[in-house]
Design a protein around this ligand. Structure first.
Ligand SMILES: [Zn+2]
Length: 95
């Protein structure tokens, strides 16, 4: 029972020493990483080119003709402000 106090103090000292050792290892690792990043910096990314909006090639419109019925069909540009149905060819004003 007399040896319990010195043994407890010794255990606490060993735990403290182990904690200090882990802290020193973490600091050394962080320092080495910092040195590595300083010596080998990452290449900078080039700014990407801005996206150019793709022009709308056709629009889906309800045709309302006997051939197409009331289905929505693709209408392609047919001159300024006009579109033509891809199925029946009817030209109408662009929406
Ligand atoms: Zn049509």
């Amino acid at each position: 029972m007399r040896d319990a106090l010195p043994l407890g103090v010794l255990v606490l000292l060993l735990l403290g020493a182990a904690t200090v050792l882990v802290g020193v290892l973490c600091l050394a690792t962080a320092g080495l990483r910092g040195v590595h990043r300083f010596l080998h910096p990452k290449p900078r990314r080039r700014p990407s080119t801005p996206l150019v909006p793709v022009p709308r090639r056709y629009v889906w419109l309800a045709c309302h003709t006997p051939r197409c019925g009331h289905l929505e069909t693709p209408h392609y540009p047919a001159g300024p402000g006009r579109v033509a149905c891809d199925h029946c060819g009817v030209v109408r004003p662009a929406p």
